[in-house]
Structure formats: structure tokens, C-alpha cells
Design a protein around this ligand. Structure first.
Ligand SMILES: [Zn+2]
Length: 119
């Protein structure tokens, strides 16, 4: 029975849930996991504490409504044969682990939706 509950809980956590903005006792707002209410960072696709999958669309929309938006640009050199989504050659990628295998991770979490513009 307990095991079944645990499995069910894990299954539910695979469905991405909207991150919530909570307020600390000090009055500062922070991004929180909707399941365990602990702090999460914008780069987290999963809650580091309880593994809840996270969705940021709502938060991003709210922040833009609240604060407006600016565009940040980062310029860096890439090899001449570099193409978008080539994480292996991307200077900002790093090596992470996925199912015991090494994979090139994107620090922007945009591995399948590479935002780089090659000029
Ligand atoms: Zn959590």
C-alpha cells in the first residue's frame, strides 16, 4: 500500500506543475516548488528537493507583466563549422549525467530549442 502511494506520487510529479512565487518572512519573494514549497531556481526543470517537474511559463509571464522585459545578449566566438544545436561544439555547454551516460547539457536548458544566432 505504501509503495503504491509512493509510485503514484512519483508518477504525478512527472507532470510539470506551475512554479509559484511565495514571500519569505523577510518580505522577499522567491520561486517555490508547488509541491514542497522549497526554493527553486529558474534553471531547474525539476525540483531539487522532491523531483517535481516544473513549469515556468506562468512565472515568466507574470514577471514580464510586473517588470516589463529587456533583452539580454551574450556574444562569443564559435568554430567556423558550428551550427545551432551542436551542443558538442558549443562553448557554453557543459557535461552532465543522464542515466549514467555523459551528455552535453545546455546551461540555458534549451538543448532542443537552441536560441543562438550565428552571425
Ligand atoms: Zn519540491
Amino acid at each position: 500500500m505504501a509503495l503504491q502511494d509512493e509510485l503514484r506520487e512519483q508518477l504525478i510529479k512527472q507532470f510539470a506543475a506551475d512554479v509559484v512565487i511565495l514571500t519569505e518572512d523577510t518580505g522577499r519573494d522567491y520561486y517555490a516548488c508547488p509541491t514542497c514549497k522549497r526554493h527553486v531556481a529558474m534553471s531547474n526543470e525539476k525540483c531539487p528537493s522532491c523531483e517535481q517537474s516544473l513549469k515556468w511559463d506562468n512565472v515568466k509571464k507574470k514577471e514580464i507583466e510586473r517588470l516589463g522585459s529587456k533583452t539580454a545578449t551574450l556574444t562569443f566566438e564559435v568554430p567556423g563549422d558550428f551550427v545551432r544545436s551542436d551542443c558538442r561544439k558549443c562553448p557554453i555547454s557543459y557535461i552532465g549525467k543522464s542515466d549514467k551516460e555523459n551528455v552535453y547539457e545546455c546551461p540555458l536548458n534549451m538543448r532542443n530549442n537552441c536560441p543562438l544566432k550565428i552571425v
